[in-house]
Design a protein around this ligand. Structure first.
Ligand code: NDP
Length: 284
């Protein structure tokens, strides 16, 4: 049951455009109800050129904070007064908090979500045990590269349609990161401990990337950040090959955990099964 809104209700939300499809309100409001916290989580879709003004107007803590999604993650970072090292490394923020003194704090919890999803759905997988391959060179890929290196990956290969974008990340990060064009993916796949799709290909039933997953070792873990559909053609192919797979929904749920704590000051209640709720919302 939804709690009544009171004079003390803590307001947080997600900002994106489009945002109506976001599962974040479902996840956070289910946690709020389960924990009995007087809070609410809503979706905002500011006009693209009005995002900086929207965020500026929230200074002072009128609302507690925002998750930020496409296309505002870079703008959220630029609006912040204090930036966490992981948001700085990712070059994007998916979480901003409005302090009562007017400051905006920016963080990026996508990397934690990625590592949490790997730990949950590929138990025993050790990112430090072998090279990682990240497909894509956008904000999500940048965050993934930082998280994997932070977890001890000895090498990260970035494979992208526009190789210059992959090279730019490799140059910025430095040692241990190699950029390749998509048509040379097999070279990266051959020694991979994990392959992660951080492109938007496969989203909403569009065709997934046509990549040579059969070139990966049998022990490789294959993950897709796209969660609509839950089993993308990319993951379906990996499953057909017998690889262990990790889905984007688990990442979404796990990146939400530290956001919830930042907004409402308590961890989400473990007893609430938000994955089942999200699967139902996805029609599964
Ligand atoms: P960006 O728009 O910044 O980057 C998109 C990337 O996808 C680019 O590298 C682009 O290549 C590549 N790409 C897009 N379409 C194709 C295609 N048809 N063939 C080959 N490459 C393609 O997006 P983000 O990095 O912000 O997000 C990427 C994906 O990750 C999105 O689907 C997003 O929803 C998902 N995501 C999921 C999260 C979760 O919690 N599950 C968290 C964060 C993101 P190019 O450079 O050549 O244009």
């Amino acid at each position: 049951m939804t709690s009544p809104i009171t004079g003390r209700t803590v307001v947080a939300g997600v900002a994106g455009r489009p945002v109506a499809h976001s599962l974040s309100p479902l996840i956070h409001n289910a946690w709020l109800a389960g924990a009995g916290i007087d809070g609410v989580y809503v979706a905002f879709a500011p006009a693209e050129d009005r995002f900086p003004a929207f965020v500026d107007a929230c200074r002072g803590g009128a609302i507690r904070g925002l998750n930020v999604t496409i296309p505002f993650k870079e703008a959220a970072l630029a609006a912040a007064d204090v930036v966490s090292p992981r948001a700085e490394t990712a070059g994007a923020a998916n979480l901003i908090v409005f302090e009562s003194d007017g400051r905006i704090l920016a963080d990026n919890t996508d990397g934690l979500g990625l590592l949490g999803a790997l730990a949950a759905q590929a138990p025993g997988f050790d990112p430090a045990a072998g090279p990682a391959v990240v497909l894509g060179a956008g904000g999500a890929a940048k965050g993934a590269v930082a998280a994997l290196l932070g977890a001890g990956a000895p090498e990260v290969w970035i494979v992208n349609r526009t190789v210059a974008k992959a090279q730019a990340i490799a140059d910025a990060v430095g040692r241990g990161v190699i950029a390749l064009p998509l048509d040379r993916a097999a070279e990266a796949f051959a020694g991979a401990g994990v392959v992660i799709n951080a492109t938007s290909a496969g989203l909403g039933g569009e065709p997934s990337l046509d990549t040579p997953l059969a070139a990966t070792p049998e022990t490789a873990v294959v993950m897709d950040m796209v969660y609509k559909p839950l089993v993308t053609p990319f993951l379906a192919e990996a499953q057909k090959l017998g690889r262990r797979t990790v889905d984007g929904l688990e990442m979404l749920i796990r990146q939400a955990v530290p956001s919830f704590e930042a907004f409402y000051g308590a961890p989400p209640p473990e007893a609430v099964d938000v994955r089942t709720l999200a699967l139902k919302a996805l029609g599964l």
